[in-house]
Design a protein around this ligand. Structure first.
Ligand SMILES: *Cc1c(COP(=O)(O)O)cnc(C)c1O
Length: 457
């Protein structure tokens, strides 16, 4: 049988709001053309993010009930710790309430001020935490990773020559850690090959630098390796996962992604000193090391989620659903990042709306129009999220202007995906009507969450 099916059936449903175009046009204007600030009661299909939006399984809901809410030494923590150790092999496993808390702790204990952190591509909160600590976040994606028109197996890879060059330029004493994001979220949810992880780790270690994975989507990355990298087809997802982590000295994780739960995360490492320091920061800012700002029942849900995410039926459905949407768009000629990544599709806004200059936010304009006609929420990943100004006030945009449709895990059915494809294709067919935009207000950090826009004609 070739037909893609969801490897689960529905036990409990949640109604979705269905509004009119007129209602949505009004709401979008009231939200200053920033879909981030819309209420979910005005969203029909929410593809803003795949973070914490997972549908939990009946087994996870049952596990919640078994949570041991002891403040210290909770048995729920030890279940969680065992599961994370089985995946990663790290010595110290410290729970946190979500991924950016792990980042905040890491960049605090590493004392990064004035230093440089290389990464294949920093996620926005990672960059935010580095810059907030007055350090320099450097993206060194492989060349094909920033070319939407090139099809390659591992477009999430790091450019290893650039890594060597950055280390040579700034000196090892000015690099607190080398990071690698799997899959490469901001680079299009593209996977990183085992060879690239191994290569980056070797360069870091040859220079006596620690190597950390930002491993939010480790299971999706592992399954891509199984499908695409020579020598891995017959290995289990667990074996591949173990090998990926074996090259790293630690990791930061948002378990709101491949933890298949609604909240949680962890920071893990082998170094005893770093773990001690991390736990001190944790206790001051998150909570005791056996709960890290989570309810203990959340740790139970995660322990089950980490089992479910490793199942091949789940992973082949997950990556297959993303590809199914991508294939429909390709068929209609819509420009998008190819091949499709692990957790969503990324429209190539420069090719989609070439009449809008990067400084006039083509991605934001596309995202707004798709919401307006369909109630589908997406997010701009381009000049709004990463744009800067030089000393003369000229716009400096990132390499790509993208619009991401992140697919929540186990939430939407094939007919929802068909609806999304139809909306994107309709806006694409009327693309010359898309209008340029300008920011009227922005916050100093992570401006895309709250920025206000207007159309300029
Ligand atoms: C989501 C994400 C984070 C941050 O995690 P939160 O749980 O949202 O704080 C960091 N890195 C990557 C690659 C992510 O996708």
């Amino acid at each position: 049988m070739k037909t893609l099916i969801e490897p689960f059936k529905i036990k409990s449903i949640e109604e979705i709001p269905i509004l009119t175009v007129e209602q949505r046009t009004k709401l979008l204007n009231e939200a200053d053309l920033n879909p981030f600030t819309l209420r979910s009661s005005s969203i029909t299909i929410d593809m803003l993010t795949d973070s914490g939006t997972t549908a939990m399984s009946a087994k996870q809901w049952a596990a919640l009930m078994d949570g041991d809410e002891s403040y210290a030494g909770s048995r729920s923590y030890f279940k969680f710790e065992d599961k994370v150790r089985e995946l990663t092999g790290f010595k110290h496993i410290i729970p946190v309430h979500q991924g950016r808390a792990a980042e905040r702790i890491l960049f605090n204990v590493l004392d990064v001020k004035g230093k440089t952190v290389p990464n294949n591509t920093h996620f926005d909160t990672t960059r935010g935490n580095i810059e907030f600590n007055e350090a320099n976040a450097v993206d060194i994606p492989c060349p094909e990773g920033v070319r939407p028109d090139i099809i390659a197996d591992f477009k999430g890879n790091m450019d290893l020559d650039s890594l060597r060059n950055v280390i040579k330029e700034v000196g090892t004493e000015n690099i607190p850690v080398v990071m690698m994001t799997i899959t490469n979220n901001s680079g299009g949810g593209q996977p990183v090959s085992m060879a690239n992880i191994r290569g980056a780790a070797k360069i870091a270690h040859d220079n006596k630098l620690p190597f950390f994975l930002d491993c939010c989507r480790f299971a999706e990355n592992a399954y891509f390796i199984k499908q695409r990298e020579e020598g891995y087809a017959d290995k289990s997802v667990m074996e591949i996962t173990n090998e990926m982590f074996s090259y790293a000295d630690g990791c930061t994780m948002s378990a709101k992604k491949d933890g298949l739960a609604n909240t949680g995360g962890f920071i893990a490492m082998n170094d005893d000193m770093l773990a001690e320091k991390s736990k001190t920061v944790l206790i001051v800012t998150e909570g005791f090391p056996t709960y890290g700002g989570l309810a203990r029942r959340d740790l139970e849900a995660l322990a089950v989620g980490f089992d479910e995410v490793m199942k091949e039926e789940y992973l082949s459905y997950r990556l297959g659903q993303v590809k199914y949407l991508g294939d429909k768009l390709v068929e209609a000629g819509v420009p998008l990042l190819l091949p499709t990544g692990g957790h969503g599709i990324y429209l190539d806004a420069k090719a989609f709306a070439p009449h809008i200059k990067p400084e006039n936010f083509p991605g934001q304009s596309i995202s707004c129009e798709i919401y307006r006609i369909s109630g589908i929420r997406s997010v701009e990943i381009g000049s709004v999220m990463f744009g800067k100004k030089d000393e003369n006030g000229n716009h400096i945009g990132p390499a790509m202007e993208l619009v991401r449709f992140a697919i929540p895990r186990r939430v939407y059915t094939k007919s929802h995906i068909d609806y999304v494809a139809e909306a994107i294709i309709e806006v694409y067919n009327n693309r010359e009507k898309l209008r340029p935009m300008e920011i009227t207000w922005e916050a100093p950090f992570l401006r895309h969450f709250t920025a206000k826009f207007k159309f300029v004609d």
